[in-house]
Ligand binder design. Structure first.
Ligand code: HEC
Ligand code: HEC
Ligand code: HEC
Ligand code: HEC
Ligand code: HEC
Ligand code: HEC
Ligand code: HEC
Ligand code: HEC
Ligand code: HEC
Ligand code: HEC
Length: 457
């Protein structure tokens, strides 16, 4: 065989191996081969589900057209997105697309490019706002001296979510004190179930051959579950729902493990939101539950093999929400911010609430900020179990959480102070963001002009 031919054959050989490899790994769930096919590390937002190439990619190596919006459309809608695609259908704005294709998520959020990925999956330098908004520096005297890359500075503007930063909103809340007179957040609204529903230990319906552990019985009997008539079987018995009605042998099977879907039958909002954040996103994609050992942020080493499901915080049969709000979190999380919490005035306020020395809802726990009780659009109150929903950009916490107790300007300053976030808000903020002052000045100026005009008339 001649040299060139031999090269050809070996190239074909390599190709066959590569194609075979690609085809094999597309079908096999083999984690190692899949990882090897990735062009680079995935971002903080998606690494947990990186094995599910198919949620973003078509069968070739293309990107599925609606991949990003399939998972994020609802969140951006709720955020009242400042730059939705539709804004650029307007002919005057459409011209701007030649500067940057703002209708394509990938213009700003690429994937597998670790070395150029900033927080929030951003793969775009922060000066790009200027290219579409240059005129602001001339039309707004207050902005004349701002650096061209400062628009998206914390506490000034966001690209998507400006709900806490709109001028009208800033102006409306400009005069609030740092600490509001009445400091409380939403509390539980479920009515106490009628006493007739309450179950006691003697009502437990578990089969006789089950471990009749006294602590299980005591714990269960002391919970909201027993009080509301939820018996062992409601969590532990599984009926084959697909079995024909005539099947008299369809006796429930008893299982000592409880599926998340079982909890979800009675707690739909909690189960759904749990699956959307970093705690539950693996389960949402039919992958094994996340464990602290695989985390990219600091965790206690002795928690490395625990699994992230409902029991991670609602352990045993006590379903104790006070335990779930702080101690549970600290049994896994071990970063500087989390560790600092116990030394803050927020934690002091929680201790006071627990001791009955302060009103219900006046204390602050990890859950107050990360898993706030919210009202859905239909008015149902529930605990947000997606702890990423308000995490980044952190101004998302302002309206939902901080403003239950603090003024707007104080909240903006505190969240923009990254050192203070690290210390978990142990002291007063040491920086000041001018947003509220600028909005107030602008509205006052408008008012003065209006009055002057009226006087002339
Ligand atoms: C969260 C979504 C997401 C997941 C999950 C994901 N990717 Fe990607 N991938 C992307 C995006 C977005 C790009 C385009 C990056 C760009 O344009 O710079 C990409 C690009 C690629 C490319 C380069 C293709 C090209 O046309 O340039 C390969 C190869 C690739 N991904 C393989 C994988 C494999 C293998 C997996 C699973 C192990 C995977 N990806 C999982 C979003 C994802
Ligand atoms: C299968 C669902 C899914 C798909 C597909 C998906 N994402 Fe995500 N994304 C998530 C989840 C879950 C998170 C983590 C929770 C959160 O931050 O809201 C996340 C997080 C993010 C974040 C925040 C990252 C951070 O560090 O705060 C950005 C930005 C993002 N996704 C953009 C995209 C873009 C752009 C695409 C399309 C290439 C995409 N996502 C595709 C589910 C998805
Ligand atoms: C012009 C750049 C740009 C484009 C295009 C873009 N984003 Fe973003 N995205 C950002 C910036 C900047 C942030 C950081 C937070 C902010 O400023 O709003 C961000 C943050 C996010 C977040 C984190 C949560 C949040 O509410 O901010 C998600 C999720 C997200 N983008 C998804 C998307 C999706 C999905 C698309 C496509 C429909 C998209 N982005 C298009 C610039 C962009
Ligand atoms: C591709 C061009 C483009 C880029 C890039 C861009 N914007 Fe915009 N922005 C627009 C358009 C178009 C509007 C809508 C203007 C309108 O409704 O008249 C807008 C509106 C806004 C508004 C709302 C103004 C209001 O009063 O409703 C804010 C705030 C804003 N942008 C901030 C930013 C920030 C911060 C960045 C960078 C992170 C950015 N923009 C990047 C085109 C862009
Ligand atoms: C609200 C749901 C719920 C109710 C009601 C409930 N359990 Fe459980 N039970 C669980 C969960 C969750 C686990 C942990 C399962 C797992 O690890 O997957 C569990 C585990 C168990 C186990 C396994 C051993 C252990 O301690 O983990 C036994 C035995 C048990 N339950 C008995 C009972 C008995 C008896 C009752 C009634 C008195 C009862 N359960 C009521 C949810 C419930
Ligand atoms: C048959 C329905 C049902 C099932 C199944 C169920 N629960 Fe409940 N759960 C209730 C009711 C009713 C209450 C009391 C009223 C309320 O909070 O909605 C309750 C209350 C709770 C509370 C609040 C406890 C407190 O002290 O205030 C938690 C936490 C909880 N459930 C978690 C779970 C978890 C986790 C599972 C699955 C292991 C589960 N539940 C399964 C019906 C159920
Ligand atoms: C990361 C910890 C954590 C995990 C995991 C978790 N929860 Fe919770 N859950 C909490 C905390 C904290 C509260 C109480 C918050 C409060 O009262 O302020 C709570 C409260 C609840 C409540 C009471 C709601 C109310 O209105 O008072 C229910 C029901 C519940 N969780 C169900 C679930 C279910 C179902 C799962 C699994 C899908 C789950 N939880 C997983 C931390 C968690
Ligand atoms: C069983 C261990 C465990 C418990 C208990 C737990 N977490 Fe987590 N938490 C994790 C893991 C693992 C992650 C994923 C980290 C990652 O994606 O790198 C996570 C992620 C988070 C994130 C998102 C971090 C990020 O950068 O996106 C927040 C916020 C968070 N947890 C808060 C809490 C709070 C608040 C509680 C208590 C109510 C709690 N966690 C209870 C293990 C736990
Ligand atoms: C007063 C509100 C507040 C309290 C209380 C609070 N946090 Fe946070 N937490 C935040 C904010 C704000 C961030 C930063 C988000 C950002 O800017 O990236 C954050 C970030 C985090 C992160 C992500 C860290 C990372 O590196 O990605 C974790 C995990 C977390 N908090 C866990 C906890 C735990 C556990 C507790 C209780 C021990 C707690 N937090 C108490 C507001 C709070
Ligand atoms: C349920 C009410 C409540 C909520 C919600 C709340 N706080 Fe606080 N905050 C307090 C109380 C009470 C104090 C302690 C006041 C005192 O020392 O007398 C405090 C203190 C602080 C301090 C320290 C001030 C100082 O001078 O030492 C900071 C910073 C702070 N909060 C920031 C925040 C931020 C940011 C949020 C939202 C992510 C938030 N808080 C949510 C009630 C709350």
């Amino acid at each position: 065989m001649q040299g060139a031919n031999r090269l050809w054959m070996s190239l074909i050989g390599v190709n066959v191996i590569v194609i075979g490899f690609v085809a094999y790994s597309a079908m096999a769930p083999g984690a190692l081969t899949k990882t090897m096919l990735m062009p680079g590390k995935t971002s903080h937002g998606h690494y947990q589900i990186e094995m599910r190439c198919d949620v973003c990619h078509t069968e070739g190596s293309g990107i599925r057209e609606d991949a990003c919006l399939d998972c994020h459309a609802e969140e951006l809608r709720r955020a009242n997105d400042t730059h939705p695609s539709s804004k650029f259908n307007d002919p005057t704005n459409a011209e701007l697309l030649s500067i940057l294709d703002a209708q394509n998520c990938l213009s700003c959020h690429r994937e597998h490019v670790d070395e150029q990925t900033l927080p929030m999956g951003l793969t775009m330098p922060s000066d790009y706002c200027y290219h579409c908004h240059q005129e602001t520096l001339t039309t707004r005297p207050s902005h004349a001296n701002f650096a061209f890359d400062s628009c998206a500075t914390a506490g000034c503007h966001n690209y998507h979510d400006n709900r806490a930063l709109y001028e009208n909103f800033l102006n409306k809340h400009a005069d609030e004190p740092d600490f509001l007179d009445e400091m409380v957040r939403l509390t539980r609204s479920t009515p106490t179930p009628p006493e007739s529903k309450r179950l006691t230990k003697s009502n437990a319906d578990a089969p006789e051959d089950w471990p009749t552990d006294e602590t299980i019985l005591d714990d269960w009997a002391s919970t909201a579950h027993a009080a509301a008539g939820v018996n062992c079987g409601d969590c532990h018995s599984i009926k084959d729902k697909d079995a024909p009605k005539s099947d008299k042998n369809n006796e429930p099977r008893w299982s000592q493990s409880v599926a998340l879907a079982t909890c979800g039958e009675c707690h739909q909002n909690e189960a759904e939101t749990f699956l959307q954040g970093h705690h539950g996103m693996r389960l949402a994609q039919d992958l094994p539950a996340m464990t602290p050992g695989e985390s990219r942020i600091a965790m206690h080493t002795d928690a490395a093999h625990r699994t992230l499901d409902c029991n991670a915080c609602h352990s045993g049969h006590r379903f104790d929400t006070e335990y779930a709000s702080v101690e549970a979190c600290l049994s896994c999380h071990n970063d500087e911010h989390s560790q600092s919490f116990l030394g803050t005035s927020h934690h002091d306020a929680w201790i006071k609430e627990l001791a009955g020395e302060a009103p219900r809802g006046s204390g602050v726990t990890c859950a107050t900020c990360h898993m706030p009780r919210i009202e859905d659009e239909g008015g149902d109150r529930f605990v947000q179990h997606n702890q990423n929903d308000n995490l980044r950009p952190n101004e998302k916490m302002i309206r939902e959480v901080c403003m239950n107790c603090h003024g707007l300007a104080f909240s903006i300053d505190a969240l923009a102070d990254s050192q203070l976030v690290k210390e978990c808000f142990a002291t007063a903020p040491s920086i000041h963001i001018e947003s509220v002052d600028l909005a107030r000045a602008r509205f006052e100026e408008k008012q003065r002009k209006k009055e002057a005009r009226l006087k002339k008339k």
